[in-house]
Design a protein around this ligand. Sequence first.
Ligand SMILES: NC(=O)c1ccc[n+]([C@@H]2O[C@H](COP(=O)([O-])OP(=O)(O)OC[C@H]3O[C@@H](n4cnc5c(N)ncnc54)[C@H](OP(=O)(O)O)[C@@H]3O)[C@@H](O)[C@H]2O)c1
Length: 341
Amino acid sequence: MQLGMVGLGRMGGNMVRRLLRAGCACVGFSRSRRGVEVLERDGMITVASLADLVARLAPPRAVWLMVPAAAVEDTLGQLLPLLAPGDVVVDGGNSHYHDDIRRARQAGARGVYYLDVGVSGGVWGLERGYCLMIGGEAEPVRRLDPIFAELAPGADAAPPTPGRRGGSTADLGYLHCGPAGAGHFVKMVHNGIEYGLMAAYAEGFNLLHHAGAGRAARAADAETAPLRHPEHYQYALDLAEVAEVWRRGSVIASWLLDLTAAALARSPELEGLAGRVSDSGEGRWTVATAVDASVPAPVLATALFARFASRGEDDFANRLLSALRREFGGHEEREADAPRS
Ligand SMILES: NC(=O)c1ccc[n+]([C@@H]2O[C@H](COP(=O)([O-])OP(=O)(O)OC[C@H]3O[C@@H](n4cnc5c(N)ncnc54)[C@H](OP(=O)(O)O)[C@@H]3O)[C@@H](O)[C@H]2O)c1
């Protein structure tokens, strides 16, 4: 088993480490050489260029790209002319599946196989394994099966599903989902769901965070909605404890809840975070796909828009709301609501 890895960041670096542990020979390329020494100590061979990478691999080669989606086009453009018919190139980043359909054709014209592999597991994948969603032709998927099997979590990651006959690689944590683009299509929706789940935990815990709203003094003026029953909101809840108890036997237990509990245990007020939540593409592609296919996805869309709002993209809308209240009712903004500096 031999693999060339392009991109040795949080994901590519750990995936190489996991493969090395399993006895897979890995050749790695990273522009900056950041973190490369540690991987070399673990047994990875480092090369200085894509041409060197291709030269160090025995044909038919397998080259895995683990770079940002925006860097794939360029990297693939440089790599494809170096590869030979029968070689396989894998895009394991979070690329748009439309690009996969085009790139698979482009690679196929040179006799090179192209697989799109959605990878889930984040920085924990090194120990827990990576869930892999694979798109492309069957022949290269078969050929790379030992690599997928080593990267994936394996059968022990979850108890068998009652009533399921099983027998597919899904039971091991990787799945050939369909032809070109299918892997990233499934990963895109996976990440859309992730946005929705995370938003649900965030909103729920925020509500718990405000369970003591009745204890704060409240202005009695036309700009403040009265709290009819302050006595109903007198709780000072320990959110870390709530997260912990929910992890045991509750219906909303999940790995995301485990991570919530870990974050709250470290810092109950989540100090050091401003709450500006990034989105790297899959959430908006999921929503765009839902619109294209006329599929209602209100939770996923709301979760995506909440991320935009977290980054201040709703500031103008909010100022317009204030302006309208002032126009029709003479309502001035409360001091605490004054523009952010
Ligand atoms: N982090 C996660 O939880 C996660 C989970 C699933 C999938 N992904 C996806 O996996 C991919 C890699 O993510 P990551 O978290 O490992 O990112 P990362 O830690 O930022 O590492 C990115 C790697 O790509 C290389 N790179 C960046 N720009 C490049 C360019 N223009 N040309 C060539 N190489 C370039 C970097 O090389 P240098 O160090 O030399 O700059 C680095 O080795 C992304 O598509 C990401 O969306 C990430």
